[in-house]
Write a protein that binds this ligand. Structure first.
Ligand code: SF4
Length: 456
């Protein structure tokens, strides 16, 4: 999604909070705001907005045009609607990462999303721009399966064996340290929207590619590029010792053109081929995100990023019916907006008949850790000059999602990480800007709208 915004509306009576977080889960500095919030009589906009206004408006007035609020489309608790209400920007990870560079006059960037997304913003930010996250313990479970301590021993063993023949491609859902590893090997980062263009570019430059961390995105993209399945190896990540075992008998790796780190997103792997078949049999159009398993992607009418899914539905004629296989909060927001245009949307895993296949729309629980008290509290603390340092995001930062402990590298190491990670991200941007819009055979099968996945 571009930074034009989603224009999602807050309706009277809407339940703003999906589930309140326990009080002891908040940082001590944010607990007073959480106490106030939890004491509110209900979660409707009529109640929550005046409370939120009392903190956000003074901060917005204080920072004026210096302030930029950002959120990802997967945010629950209606945060996307609140952030837009205060003039903020909603985007996918690609659009969010470029916001600092696109808005160099914005000095204070406050993000409600997962930590790797805020870190990506900080990698491309200018020296005078500060990046903050409303809840630093909001991690991405896929990124957690590819932490530096697990990836580096394996990557270094592979680099020892294959040298400059090996290039690392890092999906956006990685820490800055893994993006830096990619940059050091001459590689690039990628998003779900441009993975095909980036992998095509990588194949023209390297004999072997280590793709980190999403096994499904890697496998689905390889399918689209026609890579021989016999030349794809999947490491048994997230556990480095098990991945290292593969290196003791490396024949499979020697033969592989594409080596996939074995991580995945629990939100996107709930989908089954039976879900897709059900909706297809009912005459609905099935669209899925490429983090979904291969058997689902192969059946779908269209496959693409959140940007693609949103545009495809919002440009469809009234009467269209879509089953969408991606994160639950996004699907719910899309459903609300599409209904206003006479377009029906359902979550792919929410088949209407009670059966073992039905799974209530699975949302990204970690992203939803950025709730209204985190937004109100951080903005108020920033205005008062008392924001906790752990909420500031710098390249190379690692936050322990359980304890909230911060591992921040020293200035020299941070600069090296930022430099190498920036290189990988800039390569991605160059590849993406130069690549022609992508229309896959699957999209063409039932799609004549000309929508493509090329990010804004
Ligand atoms: S939806 Fe999955 S991949 Fe996306 S941020 Fe959440 S856990 Fe990570």
């Amino acid at each position: 999604m571009s930074d034009r915004g989603a224009h999602i509306l807050l309706r009277p009576g809407l339940n703003i909070c999906q589930a309140d977080l326990p009080l002891d889960w908040y940082q001590p500095e944010l607990r007073p705001y959480a106490e106030e919030y939890l004491a509110l009589p209900d979660r409707t906009p009529e109640t929550v907005l005046p409370w939120l206004d009392s903190y956000v408006r003074p901060a917005a007035d204080y920072f004026g045009d210096d302030l930029l609020l950002m959120a990802h489309f997967y945010m629950g608790g209606e945060i996307v609607k609140l952030v837009e209400r205060y003039g903020g920007v909603i985007g996918d990870s690609y659009a969010l990462a470029q916001l600092a560079a696109r808005h160099p006059h914005k000095r204070v960037l406050v993000q409600s999303a997962v930590h790797f997304m805020a870190e990506a913003v900080s990698i491309l930010a200018g020296e005078l721009q500060e990046v903050w996250i409303t809840n630093p313990k909001a991690g991405c479970t896929m990124e957690m399966m590819a932490k530096e301590h697990a990836v580096l021993p394996v990557a270094h063993a592979l680099l020892d064996r294959y040298g400059s023949d090996l290039m690392v491609i890092a999906y956006m859902n990685t820490s800055g340290r893994i993006k830096a590893l990619s940059g050091r090997t001459g590689g690039a980062t990628c998003t779900s929207a441009n993975a095909e263009a980036v992998l095509r570019w990588a194949r023209s430059r390297a004999k072997k590619i280590l793709f980190i961390p999403d096994r499904h995105l890697g496998r689905n993209t390889a399918d689209r590029l026609g890579i021989d399945p016999d030349r794809i190896a999947t490491l048994p990540a997230p556990f480095a010792p098990r991945a290292m075992v593969e290196l003791e008998d490396p024949a499979r790796l020697d033969n592989a053109e594409l080596i996939l780190w074995g991580a995945y997103c629990g939100v996107h792997t709930v989908f089954r081929a039976q879900h897709a078949r059900y909706w297809l049999d009912e005459g609905w159009t099935v669209l899925v995100h490429p983090e979904a398993p291969r058997e689902v992607v192969r059946l779908a009418d269209g496959v693409g990023s959140t940007n693609f899914l949103w545009k495809r539905v919002m440009q469809a004629p009234p009467g269209s019916r879509f089953a969408i296989g991606t994160e639950g909060h996004f699907v719910r927001n899309l459903k609300e907006q599409a209904e206003r245009r006479g377009v029906l949307v359902e979550h792919l895993a929410e088949t209407p008949h009670p059966c073992s296949l039905r799974i209530a729309g699975c949302g990204c629980a970690t992203m939803s850790r950025n709730d209204p008290p985190h937004l109100a509290g951080l903005l108020d603390l920033l205005r008062r000059g008392r924001a906790p340092e752990i909420n500031r995001v710098l390249p190379g930062d690692i936050v322990d999602e359980a304890t909230g402990g911060l591992d921040r590298p020293g200035p020299d190491e941070r600069e090296a990480i930022a430099r190498d990670a920036r290189l990988a991200m800039q390569r991605m941007i160059e590849i993406t800007e130069l690549a022609p819009p992508i229309a896959t055979k699957q999209e063409d099968r039932r799609d004549s709208t000309g929508v493509n996945e090329h990010p804004q």
